[in-house]
Design a binder for this molecule. Structure first.
Ligand code: FCA
Length: 345
């Protein structure tokens, strides 16, 4: 090593041309290195429904991970399958090394994975787990989602509790369950709610499934309306659904039949998409929601992807999060405690 340096020194001294060439190399190296150090790692975050506050929260928390680790977050929306595949190309062109996705269609999983591998990228699925053509999960793709059945069961338990508290008789009450069975995480939620309601003693024949055609507020409003037309003799209702928008849609449908806060108990899931509703000066049929941990879904998935790309740390294959009930009485406090205080300011 020392000998090599000596030779180099002698060469530099001896020949001015070598000296200039050497300087040029040093300069090139310096500018090259400089470029490398300012170019940040790029991580993508793709969501299926950017209009849902839930997904806006995931993005927001993913941004916090980007700030903490110094990577660049590329946020993209993909409302349908075509777009989901197209954004993978977009990300590859932009130099994204890996991405987190809540896909618009879980059956697109195999194609997403194939394309991702072809582009030399990595993928983590969030919220909605990829499925294979035979309907089983793609358990080899890292996934972070909610403990859907448990959270659904808690919805059922809380609905029953509130019904009892109000002194309503189960045989005079109906349960409206806004379902979306195409997706496992949503089916588990409503199945869980139905399970715990029946276990608590709510009559099975008074539990009505109202399937959504689209998993948004409008889809739930329509599903709720159809059910109310069929069961117009029932004038006290419990409502469960796949998320806040589902329950909000059904609450609006009930209101259109003059069933308000004294006749309806609805409990949603997400907790992020019902803040305006809970903050209304007068109570509505929307009683509360199971607040999910959007920080973990956004921050931790982005962090996992960064560490995978930058440090080679493989994420766990399956991570589940829990939820807690928020109501009109405590939502401001709970949201603040959960780092979501800006939502209630
Ligand atoms: C699904 C739902 C979202 C949210 C998420 C955790 O993707 O569509 O509203 O509940 O799971």
């Amino acid at each position: 090593m020392a000998r090599k340096e000596q030779i180099m020194k002698r060469m530099f001294k001896a020949n001015p041309l070598v000296r200039i060439a050497g300087l040029a190399i040093v300069l090139l190296l310096l500018t090259g290195c400089g470029k490398g150090s300012v170019e940040k790692v790029k991580i993508g975050f793709v969501v299926k429904q950017p209009e849902e506050p839930w997904f806006q929260r995931e993005w927001k928390f993913a941004e916090q991970a980007a700030q903490k680790y110094g990577f660049e977050l590329v946020k993209l929306e993909a409302r349908d399958s075509e777009r989901a595949l197209a954004v993978i190309d977009t990300m590859a062109i932009q130099g994204v090394k890996g991405f987190v996705i809540c896909t618009p269609d879980v059956r697109l999983g195999p194609q997403i994975v194939a394309k991702t591998q072809q582009k030399g990228m990595k993928v983590i699925s969030v919220d909605d787990q990829f499925v294979k053509p035979d309907g089983t999960f793609m358990t080899d793709v890292p996934y972070l989602g909610i403990a859907a059945r448990k959270i659904g069961e808690d919805v059922g338990t809380e609905l029953f509790k509130e019904m009892r508290k109000r002194g309503w008789k189960p045989e005079e009450t109906g349960a409206c369950i806004i379902t979306f069975d195409e997706l496992d995480t949503t089916r588990e939620r409503t199945d869980g709610a139905i399970d715990s309601l029946t276990k608590a003693g709510f009559p099975k024949e008074r539990i009505f499934r109202a399937p959504q055609k689209t998993s948004d507020l409008e889809g739930a409003f329509n599903a709720g309306n159809i059910l109310l037309t069929q069961q117009s003799q029932i004038n006290r209702w419990l409502i469960a659904g796949i998320n806040d928008s589902a329950v909000l849609g059904a609450v609006r449908a009930m209101e259109s039949k003059n069933l308000g806060a004294d006749a309806v108990i609805g409990i949603g899931i997400n907790g992020t998409d019902c803040i305006g509703e809970l903050a209304k000066p007068n109570p509505t049929g929307f009683f509360g929601s199971m607040l999910l941990q959007s920080r973990i879904h956004g921050f931790v998935t982005a962090e996992m992807m960064y560490k995978w790309v930058a440090e080679g740390v493989e994420p766990p294959k399956d991570t589940r999060t829990t939820g807690i009930l928020i109501t009109r009485e405590d939502f401001k406090q709970v949201l603040t405690d959960q780092g979501l205080g800006d939502l209630v300011k």
